[in-house]
Design a protein around this ligand. Structure first.
Ligand SMILES: *Cc1c(COP(=O)(O)O)cnc(C)c1O
Length: 405
């Protein structure tokens, strides 16, 4: 007769099978049991044929991986603890000493910091290419180039590159190309079929922190592929680096995922309406949103994302930036951001609350101020799920208070 505490820890009760409900179960584990030593020795953690250790996957994380792969048009996916970890997983899996990585000059800032602060220390060099010039990218690819990062639209300035030609170039030169697909989220275009004829990026990295989570309360990333050998390379690095995710976080994303397309569209519509309104305000020298005619790369956005919406309006993330006219001081621009009530000051996007961040663009560009961007202070907005009229009124009152005509 064992002690009651032992009995309860090794409890024999198994609930009946066949439970079915809208949301999948949360399987939490570091330890995973094996029925016997032979099974322990045989089990293969590399494929989703069984379970070895919580770090390498549970039913909850496998489910989310499969759903993200479907969202992105891919076949395999690994989950990592943040969007930035997804970028790092790709870099560390594919690059070694002596190699070079190319990044667009408008890329997500921390990806540049990864190259400058970590990869450089491992003897991996980097160059920043002009995202709006395929010729510039072509000129920078050399015999040490092992990875090209792509981003559509670019961070903060939201230029839309000629992604199709960029990918064709990488294919022709035999260089692996990885897209940071956080903006498109698998909804604005299919990264694994860009031209309707199967033209695909090799890797799609995605900050699930943004749209798939949708709550501003989860950090997670994914790395999606359509090539089993490439996936295995990424998965091996993923394992060696210990980049597993927690089951509660995976569950939060699984719960939000069914509404991702609805939220993406609602936040897109709000951002476009506000960008349109901002383009009529004399305090702003330029409004940056790829769906606006005249925006940098608008034609490329039209080509790639124009058909993503059944009503022919195309699809875009709920982000836009303004360049505040340089006659206003930095202090006035800061006061404008402080004066906003519904737009909260904070990083990230894709959650229910609209956000605003002022940026110093000059310090973020390695190759100088882009010719297609007006001079002035850049303020980036992301739209949440509030009523658009309220958001517009918030912008109007803050403009009147802080940036008088
Ligand atoms: C937010 C973001 C990331 C990083 O995601 P985290 O989960 O915050 O680390 C990467 N790329 C882009 C384009 C992003 O917007």
């Amino acid at each position: 007769m064992t002690d009651a505490i032992t009995q309860l820890i090794h409890h024999p009760y198994q609930p009946p099978e066949g439970f079915a409900a809208p949301q999948p179960a949360v399987h939490k584990a570091s330890t995973v049991f094996f029925p016997n030593v032979a099974a322990m020795r045989e089990r293969d953690w590399k494929h989703k044929s069984g379970y070895t250790y919580g770090l390498h996957g549970t039913p909850t994380t496998f489910l989310l991986e499969e759903r993200i792969a479907t969202l992105e048009g891919g076949l395999q996916c690994v989950l990592v603890p943040s969007g930035l970890a997804a970028l790092a997983n790709v870099a560390l899996a594919l690059l070694k000493t002596g190699d070079e990585v190319l990044l667009p000059d408008n890329s997500y800032g921390p990806n540049k910091a990864l190259a400058e602060g970590e990869l450089a220390a491992w003897g991996i060099t980097h160059q920043y290419y002009d995202p709006m010039s395929v010729a510039d990218l072509a000129a920078r690819i050399n015999d040490r180039t092992r990875l090209v990062w792509l981003e559509a639209a670019g961070s903060l300035t939201l230029e839309f590159p000629d992604l199709i030609e960029q990918v064709r170039l990488c294919r022709a030169r035999g260089v692996v190309c990885a897209l940071d697909n956080t903006w498109g989220a698998g909804l604005a275009f299919n990264p694994f079929d860009l031209d309707g004829q199967g033209l695909a990026v090799d890797v799609s990295a995605h900050a699930l922190t943004k749209y798939p989570s949708g709550g501003g309360d989860v950090l997670m990333g994914s790395v999606t592929t359509r090539d089993e050998a490439l996936h295995l390379k990424l998965k091996l690095s993923h394992m060696r680096l210990g980049l597993g995710v927690g089951a509660n976080d995976a569950e939060a994303v699984l719960r939000a995922l069914p509404s991702v397309a609805l939220r993406y569209r609602a936040q897109d519509q709000a951002a476009r309406a506000l960008a349109q309104w901002c383009s009529q305000q004399p305090q702003f020298a330029q409004v940056l949103h790829p769906a606006q005619p005249g925006a940098p790369g608008h034609a490329h956005w039209q080509q790639l994302c124009g058909a993503a919406d059944a009503r022919g309006q195309g699809a875009a993330a709920g982000l836009f930036s303004v360049i505040v006219d340089p006659r206003y001081s930095q202090a006035q621009v800061d006061a404008f951001c402080d004066a906003l009530a519904l737009f909260r000051l904070g990083y990230s996007w894709g959650g229910p609350i609209s956000l605003v961040v002022p940026y110093e663009l000059a310090s973020l560009r390695a190759n100088g101020w882009p010719a297609h961007i007006a001079r002035g202070t850049l303020v980036r907005f992301s739209t949440g799920l509030e009523a658009v009229a309220d958001l517009q009124a918030d912008l109007a009152q803050a403009l009147a208070r802080a940036l008088p005509l």
